[in-house]
Design a protein around this ligand. Structure first.
Ligand code: UDX
Length: 456
């Protein structure tokens, strides 16, 4: 059992802390926000994440996890301090390391025994060398402090599972002592551990995220070409996925990747390359494709409709993906302002993202248009002239094609997540546009209606 302190209680820090407690370590989570600390002590998770609250309550009751704003007490006798604070993107694409620096300085001023500092946050290659030097420069007591890199690969919505059942643990260390300490901390997880040097560990994180982002942008690029040549991206992906060298995951074309990692990490890696006098052409292309992709459906709809002015526009899904209330880089944030600018009256539905979205776009009149938040999908669709689907929530996938036909004034649907079969939408009489697939146009909708009438 190790005494572990965790700095930062966002997705990375809190989930790591809870999972360390779950496998038997003694954990103290540090955050500067007193309200958040009180909330966590009362068993409430500040983030929406499956299984997290349950494990917080269980481990708090067992005395294995606690929360505090008092970093001095938390750090002074910790065996290991994990840093999980944010590294937000700066306007030039580089990562802002000020939160890491603040924590590093607090650690230097607090530790009273030998301690391993482990950076979980995603940081540019070489940052951990600097963090170690920084801590050593500010150290108050005569103790040994080393820094290790231990990037995480959790996805929002499945963060706990991704941590407890990770496919691999990456540890980047510069000494046997640091390597062994981290190996022992991770021993109770019984997971494969890849031990490399610090800079390689930092690079593994960026290279992995950028590869996945590239995979998605590649599929989106191919999807756009599929539309032009009459191929179907879902069939294409199905055929590709059987090849184990390609793999069947992350082949879903859609309305572009969002979230807290891919957009930020692609820009950061591109920036790191530029700083080193190298042009990372592949990643740059992935970023460009993604930017275009986000408003692909809006552009399609703009061509189809004369105006959005005064139209009731149903928006289904606001978050960047299902299973999270996170809106960071969500396609909805690119499209809603365009629709409002054009005078659309938006009726938006999302099972958990509304509160966050309403903070950016309060309900009511907004510029030339307006936005209304509804608590059920029917209210959004009732009398709507057009519908956009931005997130593939289960609740949205459960809406039948007939429902669009029955409720909407004009059954015209733009689906950014390829939820429906084109044929089923066509048979239901819905004009349906998606990504990388043939649309069911008004003409084809009419044709299938006529066919139905003839047959009946
Ligand atoms: C991602 C990585 O998966 C995780 O390993 C890393 O630690 C953090 O970044 P996350 O951002 O939570 O996790 O979500 P993820 O499920 O990977 O989806 C990211 C974005 O890609 C979403 O906007 C999603 O809609 C999109 N996506 C994903 C696609 O467009 N197509 C796909 O096939 C898969």
């Amino acid at each position: 059992m190790f005494k572990i302190a965790v700095a930062g209680t966002g997705y990375v820090g809190l989930v790591a802390g809870v999972c360390f407690a779950e496998v038997g370590h003694q954990v103290i989570c540090v955050d500067i926000d007193k309200k958040k600390v009180d909330l966590m002590k009362s068993g409430i998770s500040p983030i929406y994440e499956a299984d997290l609250e349950e494990l917080m309550q269980k481990n708090y009751a067992a005395g294995r996890i606690d929360y505090t704003t008092d970093y001095r007490t938390a750090y002074k006798d910790a065996d290991a301090i994990f840093i999980g604070v944010g590294t937000p993107e700066q306007p030039d694409g580089s990562a802002n390391l000020s939160f890491i620096a603040t924590v590093a300085r607090q650690i230097a001023e607090s530790v009273e025994k030998d301690c391993l500092v482990v950076v979980k946050s995603t940081v540019p290659v070489g940052t951990n060398d600097k963090v170690e030097q920084f801590i050593k420069d500010f150290l108050v007591n005569d103790v040994k402090v080393e820094v290790a890199s231990n990037p995480e690969f959790l996805a929002q919505g499945s963060a706990v599972r991704d941590t407890l059942q990770a496919e691999r643990i990456i540890i980047g260390t510069e000494s046997k002592w640091a390597e062994e300490t981290l190996m022992r901390i991770y021993e109770p997880f019984h997971l494969p551990i890849v031990s490399v040097n610090r800079r390689s560990a930092e690079m593994i994180k960026y290279a992995s995220n950028n590869f996945l982002a590239l995979k998605i942008s590649y599929m989106n690029d191919i999807a756009n070409l599929c539309e032009l040549v009459g191929a179907d991206i879902q069939d294409v992906a199905r055929g590709m996925g059987y090849d184990e060298r390609i793999g069947s995951k992350f082949l879903n074309a859609g309305i572009g990747f969002g979230g807290s990692c891919f957009p930020k990490d692609t820009k950061a890696l591109e920036y790191i390359a530029r700083q080193n006098g190298y042009e990372l052409k592949t990643v740059k292309a992935a970023i460009d494709v993604n930017k275009e992709q986000k408003t692909m459906l809006y552009k399609k709809a703009s061509k189809r409709l004369i105006t959005f002015n005064g139209l009731k526009v149903a928006v289904l899904g606001l978050t960047f993906k299902p299973g999270t209330d996170d809106l960071r880089e969500a396609p909805s944030l690119d499209n809603v302002p365009l629709l409002l600018e054009q005078g659309a009256d938006i009726y938006a539905y999302d099972p958990v993202g509304v509160n966050n979205f309403a903070r950016v776009y309060p309900e009511g009149k907004n510029g030339k248009g307006s936005i209304t938040y509804v608590s059920n999908i029917e209210q959004a669709l009732e009398g709507a002239n057009v519908c956009f689907i931005f997130t593939e929530w289960g609740e949205i996938k459960a809406v039948t094609p007939e429902t669009y036909k029955r409720l909407m004034r004009t059954p015209l649907v733009y689906d950014g997540r390829n939820i429906y079969s084109v044929q089923e939408m066509q048979e239901a009489g819905v004009e349906y546009h998606s990504i990388g697939r043939k649309p069911s146009t008004r003409e084809s909708v009419k044709e299938s209606r006529n066919l139905e009438l003839q047959n009946s």
